[in-house]
Design a protein around this ligand. Structure first.
Ligand SMILES: [Zn+2]
Ligand SMILES: [Zn+2]
Length: 103
């Protein structure tokens, strides 16, 4: 269980699942820790101009990490989340920005 396999994965551009606008250029395929059935892309680069933060921080049920939803600026739908505060080991291993690829 290391992060090495993460680096081997192809970096790709990620589009909004709702309106198909380009969200980020450096997406890496990942799996959401809490719910492994959700497929998403993670990135270490803030998807500026394409998304904006919505609402306030919240925590997951499984840990005390703080997350914040991000929404597509073009269509307004929530397309992922940003890890504001990573307090557990699992979440520290992944990139700070997560973009959903399926609803
Ligand atoms: Zn959109
Ligand atoms: Zn956590």
């Amino acid at each position: 269980m290391s992060t090495s396999n993460f680096k081997n994965k192809c970096v790709t551009q990620v589009n909004c699942i709702y309106c198909d606008s380009l969200l980020c250029m450096r997406g890496m395929k990942a799996v959401l820790l809490a719910d492994t059935e959700i497929e998403l892309f993670s990135t270490d680069v803030p998807p500026n101009r394409a998304v904006d933060f919505v609402a306030s921080c919240y925590s997951t049920e499984s840990c005390k990490c703080k997350l914040r939803d991000i929404a597509c600026l073009k269509c307004g739908n929530v397309v992922g989340y940003h890890v504001v505060l990573a307090s557990c080991l699992i979440i520290r291993k992944v990139q700070p920005f997560h973009i959903l690829t399926e609803v």
